[in-house]
Design a protein around this ligand. Structure first.
Ligand code: ZN
Length: 69
């Protein structure tokens, strides 16, 4: 009964079904892979960092580097 299943996912770029065994997985093609790369390069994907939610403890990061010595 343990049949090997193909994991079917969707290409994050064009939403086409992608076979998990595909060479370009998780993208449907190299074209979509490159599009995704371009998105990262152009900053379309922004890492969601809750800068507004942090309290004053984050101020340590902007201190003078000399003070860490
Ligand atoms: Zn695609």
């Amino acid at each position: 009964m343990a049949r090997k299943r193909n994991l079917k996912l969707k290409c994050p770029i064009c939403k086409k079904p992608v076979n998990s065994q595909d060479a370009d997985f998780p993208f449907c093609s190299e074209r979509c892979r490159l599009i995704d790369l371009g998105k990262w390069a152009s900053g379309a994907y922004v890492i969601s960092s809750p800068l507004q939610d942090t309290d004053d403890g984050i101020e340590d990061l902007s201190r003078d580097p000399d003070e860490n010595f």
